[in-house]
Design a binder for this molecule. Structure first.
Ligand code: COA
Length: 156
């Protein structure tokens, strides 16, 4: 069975993340969405909330499961018997950071592969921090996030 990990902090998960997860789920038998504990100093949602929102958002994808992790991504990959990570690339500035991270992870775990998927056009400029800002300043974000996330943001 071929298995991939889609990692991130998902604070919160957006339609841009879902675009990558859904496309990975069409290509691979099993997708593990790995929600990292670290999300900067002040995450808007706790690790448990971020994982719950990711789970609710991915319910319609039968070969996707959501797990949380703390520590190195390569250790999580080993524990889950996986060695491929799929990451979304949006804008050119993502590339340098992703390139460094992929290289470092490969050094830590030589079998580790990072595959990049171009974000769909409509999500090229979307990020979780934009969503957080829109929610905190009364902007519109409903069309950019799954329904459960929009609800959670309204209840903050
Ligand atoms: N669509 C929309 N937004 C996307 C996106 C997509 N397809 N892909 C990424 N983003 C956004 C996120 O929303 C986030 O936005 P924000 O900064 O405005 O909040 C930003 O891109 C960064 O995404 P994030 O989820 O934080 O992922 P990351 O690429 O920074 O990597 C981990 C996060 C968890 C994969 C990484 O930090 C990690 O592996 N941590 C574990 C420790 C480790 O092993 N480190 C590596 C060796 S030192």
């Amino acid at each position: 069975m071929n298995k991939v990990i889609v990692p991130g902090t998902f604070d919160p998960i957006t339609n841009g993340h879902l675009d990558i997860i859904e496309r990975a789920a069409k290509l691979y038998d099993q997708v593990i969405v790995a929600v990292a504990k670290s999300a900067g100093k002040n995450p808007l949602f706790s690790l448990e909330e971020r994982a719950e929102l990711a789970k609710d958002s991915c319910l319609y994808l039968k070969n996707v499961e959501v797990k949380t992790f703390e520590g190195l991504l390569v250790d999580f990959a080993k524990e889950n018997d996986a060695h491929i990570v799929v990451k979304g690339l949006r804008i050119v500035s993502d590339f340098e950071y992703e390139f460094q991270m992929a290289g470092l992870n490969r050094k830590l775990y030589p079998e580790f592969e990072t595959l990049f998927m171009m974000s769909s056009h409509e999500y090229m400029h979307l990020s979780s921090s934009q969503i957080r800002e829109l929610a905190q300043m009364g902007g519109e974000y409903e069309e950019l996030v799954p329904e459960c996330v929009a609800k959670a943001l309204k209840n903050l």
